[in-house]
Design a protein around this ligand. Structure first.
Ligand code: KG4
Ligand code: ZN
Length: 339
């Protein structure tokens, strides 16, 4: 496929509970980016309900797409759009299918190439959108509701998985502990807010798997539950602050060691948990101490969006790839590592 003429890419993201569409020029300039969050829909269940998410994507995708196209000076005929990129996994199967079906229909009717994108790779490209000249190699800490991964990026497209969670993802741990503390959903922002009022040294929660690149949050979660049961008078703010401190300590210690071990030029955060105020602050502090670059994307690019999908799709198309109209979804897609 000749990718030389591919400049303006429409991205579509429906892997979890955000319905998003964006138009990106040349793989790096965001022309429009529209995100419709389903947080209110899932809040009363304390987590994402897959069946509801799928149905909401069906309802929301058409208006979200129309807005992203209009803001980019295009229209439903796809004027000026050179390709369509869509998330094919990992994610919720019913939600992914909504985006992929729409992307195929648009690519076919507009007569433009289609490219399926790995959601995890898209999160890495979110950083490049804001900081195109990040140095290599990079260590990326990708922390979201579904993933906790430590990845070495030798350059775009060349990844090595250094470690990951053996149980809950970091965001999942925030969500579960917040639910237990009665702080609502999503848990990360709620704990972040309350923790600012608490004492992070009030309780000493466990930091699991020291000395590895892997993560485990289930022991920490159990420890919070046991502590609160034993001490019902404990201030919620102190519990939240001590919990946040434990999670951030573990994330920062691992990421810092990984960066030193691979001789990284910079350490980069990605994924929804990268919106955490303490994590952002601590990463910047340790990188300054170690004399390496720190890159902390804006909150809008940390959480799920379609600009990162368009950017990753543009890059893949310009590396000779393209997807057939038989493109399917893969709910458990992993990041292709190249060693
Ligand atoms: O990347 P994302 O938007 O969706 C997934 O692909 O999972 O991440 C959502 C996750 C949720 O678990 C949410 O609680 C967490 O990111 N999160 C936070 C913060 N903001 C969102 N976790 C900790 N601190 C925050 N400020
Ligand atoms: Zn995500």
């Amino acid at each position: 496929m000749d990718a030389a003429g591919i400049d303006r890419v429409l991205g579509i993201e429906t892997s979890c509970d955000e319905t998003a569409a964006a138009v990106v020029d040349g793989g790096s300039v965001i022309v429009s980016s529209v995100v419709s969050s389903q947080i209110d829909l899932h809040a009363r269940y304390g987590g994402v309900v897959p069946e509801l998410a799928g149905r909401a994507h069906v309802e929301l995708l058409t208006p979200v797409l129309a807005e992203a196209l209009a803001l980019a000076g295009s229209d439903p005929t796809g004027a000026g759009i050179d390709a369509v990129a869509v998330t094919i996994g990992p994610g919720l199967v019913g939600s992914l299918l909504v985006g992929v079906a729409e992307a195929k229909a648009l690519a076919l009717s507009w007569g433009v190439p289609l490219i399926g994108v790995n959601h995890l790779e898209a999160h890495l490209f979110a950083s490049l959108l804001e900081q195109p000249d990040l140095g290599w190699p990079l260590v990326v800490l990708l922390v979201s509701g579904g993933h906790t991964l430590l990845i070495e990026v030798a350059e775009p497209g060349r990844y090595r998985l250094l470690g990951g969670t053996i149980d809950d993802a970091a965001g999942e741990a925030f969500d579960k502990v917040a639910r237990f503390l009665g702080l609502g959903y999503p848990g990360g922002p709620a704990i972040d807010r309350v923790a600012d009022q608490g004492d992070p040294t009030a309780f000493s929660f466990p930091r699991s798997l020291p000395g590895t690149y892997d993560f485990s949050f289930s022991g920490l979660k159990t420890s919070v539950v046991n502590t609160v049961r034993k001490r019902p008078d404990a201030e919620t703010a102190d519990v939240a602050a001590s919990f946040r401190q434990a999670v951030v300590d573990v994330l920062v210690t691992r990421a810092r060691r990984a960066a030193a071990d691979v001789g990284a030029a910079a350490l980069c955060l990605a994924g929804g948990v990268a919106a955490n105020a303490l994590l952002r602050r601590r990463i910047e502090e340790v990188c300054a101490q170690d004399g390496i670059g720190a890159f902390v994307p804006s909150r809008a690019l940390c959480t799920d969006n379609a600009a990162m999908v368009a950017a990753a799709g543009w890059w893949r198309l310009h590396h000779g790839e393209g997807s057939p109209m038989t493109l399917g979804v893969d709910p458990s897609l992993s990041l292709a590592t190249t060693g």
